[in-house]
Design a protein around this ligand. Structure first.
Ligand SMILES: [Fe+2]
Ligand SMILES: [Fe+2]
Length: 154
């Protein structure tokens, strides 16, 4: 993989992670006073760490981290608006799972492509981010399953 291609992909991840920070903070506000609100806030903190570590890796490769515009809407086949107006907790969890799944698939794909070619630091950052997304997905999915079990209205 060429360095330029890698930088492009890393900036895509950087954009995705920054978008998730905004999204989860917006969701935390929206569901204020609930347990989920606290989970969304804590998750946003982890995504911020992901973005920061990606930014450091991009700089180490001689690039400059920058946002690539709206990277979330394409995952939903259209325009979703600035803070992704998912309605209700169920749709919110489903949307989050879709985003986390995309992140995981792409982290796995990039890990396969780069291996250790660009040093152990990049590999570690990608692996750690992947594991965190896995944990996020597991929580969102479990909460969604509880929700569906109770057959609550959205
Ligand atoms: Fe992340
Ligand atoms: Fe995540």
């Amino acid at each position: 993989m060429e360095r330029e291609d890698l930088l492009l992909k890393l900036n895509w991840f950087y954009s995705l992670e920054e978008s998730q920070v905004e999204l989860y903070l917006a969701q935390s506000k929206k569901f204020k006073g609930t347990y989920e609100s606290i989970v969304f806030e804590r998750t946003a903190l982890v995504e911020q760490q992901h973005a920061d570590r990606l930014a450091a890796v991009i700089r180490a490769l001689g690039g400059e981290p920058h946002r690539l515009g709206d990277v979330l809407s394409p995952l939903f086949g259209g325009f979703l608006g600035k803070t992704l107006a998912f309605t209700g907790l169920k749709k919110t969890l489903q949307g989050n799972i879709r985003i986390e799944n995309k992140a995981m698939a792409d982290y796995v794909a990039l890990l396969k492509r780069v291996g250790a070619a660009f040093g152990p630091e990049l590999q570690t950052v990608l692996q750690h981010n992947l594991v965190d997304e896995d944990v996020h997905t597991a929580w969102f999915a479990r909460r969604l399953a509880d929700y569906e079990l109770l057959d609550l209205e959205d």
